[in-house]
Write a protein that binds this ligand. Structure first.
Ligand code: SAM
Length: 282
């Protein structure tokens, strides 16, 4: 059952990523990784929209998209121009100080605030027409945190407001490939002798994070190749997310594959590692 975190520990653990008795704290591991200077710099150059984002934004009524917009997990601002330019008001938030600094540097005239999506007491009820949490940003808190963030998003959205986000797809048929470390070619090792040390550190971190991996019938926490295996990531499926969103008063309007193709609500979607979802507050 969605939201009953911890009750369903008997589910088969996927891909041999069974956790041990001493789980690591997913929330602090991920915040530490996102808040690193290296991450802020690495994300500086990111630009462009996924076709799914283009399609989903076109499906949002103009009055909503051009109204009061809240972007969560803004990162270094990949979507800022797209969302802020047509908006009546725009607020970009992220819980990582490095991200906010980079975003503010890139967009000095735009308003950004450091804020955790799980707890946004400064934002009023019904204050926004449109909320966006892009590029799977919601997948870096644990299940309880996800429920808290969704409840907060539903609280600050006005009735009829829209929420667009994406999540890591547990049904992806090549999922096991994203969990395997990339084989480093010989020329890289020879050229960059320090890579051996970096690889040892990465492997040690992977061993540690394996303790935080787990699975229930609705989601799995996995250590995938994102940020060179420095994160614990929430993977789920469209049916489980639809049920969770419904509990928060958010009805799914449409779901999209990365290439912008619509996904049927009842479909077990296996083609991509991520799914975009557009929903509307009742
Ligand atoms: C994968 S990055 C995506 C950045 C940007 N939205 C993009 O699409 O390029 C995820 C972002 O979500 C932020 N994030 C994760 N959990 C968050 C939370 N609970 N509250 C606020 N920001 C969060 C991270 O710091 C990171 O900047």
């Amino acid at each position: 059952m969605v939201g009953n975190d911890g009750d369903d520990q008997t589910a088969i653990l996927p891909l041999d990523q069974a956790g041990s008795a001493m789980p690591v704290n997913m929330n602090s591991v991920n915040l530490r990784a996102f808040d690193s200077v290296e991450n802020g710099r690495a994300n500086r150059a990111k630009a462009g929209l996924f076709p799914a984002e283009v399609e989903a934004l076109q499906a949002v009524p103009d009055a909503v998209r051009c109204g009061r917009v809240l972007e969560l997990g803004v990162g270094t601002g990949r979507l800022v121009s797209t969302l802020a330019d047509p908006a009546e008001t725009y607020l970009g938030v992220d819980y990582a100080a490095q991200a906010i600094q980079e975003a503010q540097r890139a967009f000095p005239d735009v308003t950004f605030r450091r804020m955790d999506a799980r707890d946004m007491p400064d934002l009023a009820v019904d204050a926004f027409d449109f909320a966006v949490f892009s590029y799977n940003g919601l997948d870096y808190v644990d299940h309880e945190g996800r429920c808290q963030a969704l409840a907060e998003i539903a609280r600050v959205l006005r009735p009829g407001g829209y929420f667009l986000f994406s999540f890591h797809n547990r049904d992806f048929r090549d999922l096991d490939r994203t969990l395997e470390p990339r084989q480093i070619p010989l020329w890289e090792r020879v050229l960059f002798f320090w890579l051996a040390g970096a690889r040892r550190r990465r492997d040690a971190l992977r061993d540690e994070l394996a303790k935080g991996c787990r699975a229930t019938s609705d989601y799995a926490i996995l250590n995938d190749s994102g940020m060179n295996y420095a994160l614990l990531t929430y993977y789920s499926d469209l049916a489980a997310q639809t049920a969770l969103l419904a509990r928060m008063g958010l009805g799914v309007e449409a779901a999209y594959a990365i290439d912008g193709r619509r996904i049927d609500p009842g479909e077990v979607f296996e083609d991509d590692y991520m799914v975009h979802v557009l929903c509307r507050k009742s």
